[in-house]
Design a protein around this ligand. Structure first.
Ligand SMILES: CC(C)(COP(=O)(O)OP(=O)(O)OC[C@H]1O[C@@H](n2cnc3c(N)ncnc32)[C@H](O)[C@@H]1OP(=O)(O)O)[C@@H](O)C(=O)NCCC(=O)NCCS
Length: 194
């Protein structure tokens, strides 16, 4: 069996939402049931402008990879940031609070791809699939920047942090608290193309 990267349409995402959310919950070690809360949000995201999703699928051939039965090993998606989005409002507000000037905020936030989700099933982590998914997700973007948020971790000591640093992501905001979430996040970003 080989691993194939395939682009998902919004309909594909709808059909394979259960698999994608199961990877998300296992990868993030969230409690079972979290996927039920996220399902409608992931489907709403799939309707946003510039949405793109890529999945890593285990299959004997590229043709088999589009079968609904082929096991999914990883999922990544994102979309074009826009002023009416909660995430952009949160990050712009955070930048203002740390004293970023209006020009800097505008340069960063007026044209970016939000890398919203990136997850590899625990049994498939550590063999370069996460990097392959990001590269495929970003390979044809027209935005100026890519931005993401990731939980703060002591010493940046996990695979997500190592991956983002290796790909040249730098700090946009550190120790950021999104409204209603007690966890600290880092907002990271870099210019495109990768
Ligand atoms: C973060 C995450 C997406 C990274 O994906 P990944 O596939 O595990 O990791 P990468 O693509 O960066 O691959 C790096 C590892 O693969 C190895 N690797 C790279 N290319 C390889 C190849 N061609 N063949 C084999 N191994 C390879 C590297 O040596 C490295 O191993 P190491 O971390 O043990 O040193 C994934 O680990 C994950 O889902 N984690 C949990 C959820 C999460 O944190 N998501 C991000 C939230 S913001």
């Amino acid at each position: 069996m080989a691993t194939h990267l395939i682009e998902l349409s919004p309909d594909d995402m709808k059909r394979r939402l259960g698999d994608a959310l199961a990877i998300y919950v296992d990868a993030m070690r969230y409690p079972r049931g979290t996927e039920d809360q996220r399902a409608s949000m992931w489907l709403e995201h799939a309707r946003r402008a510039g949405w793109k999703a890529v999945a890593a699928i285990e299959a004997g051939s590229a043709a088999d990879a589009s079968s609904i039965d082929a096991p999914m090993l990883g999922i990544a998606y994102g979309y074009c940031g826009a002023p009416d989005q909660w995430w952009q409002q949160q990050v712009s507000g955070g930048l203002r609070r740390i004293g970023a000037d209006a020009q800097h905020i505008s340069n960063l936030m007026s044209s970016y791809f939000e890398l919203t989700e990136l997850h590899i099933h625990p049994r498939a982590q550590g063999r370069g699939l996460g990097e392959a998914l990001i590269r495929r997700l970003l390979d044809d973007r027209s935005e100026r920047n890519v931005l993401l948020s990731t939980p703060e971790v002591n010493g940046e000591a996990n695979r997500a942090w190592r991956l983002y640093r290796r790909l040249g992501f730098t700090d946009v905001i550190r120790d950021y608290h999104f409204a209603g979430d007690p966890r600290a996040f880092a907002i990271l970003g870099r210019g495109l193309p990768l």
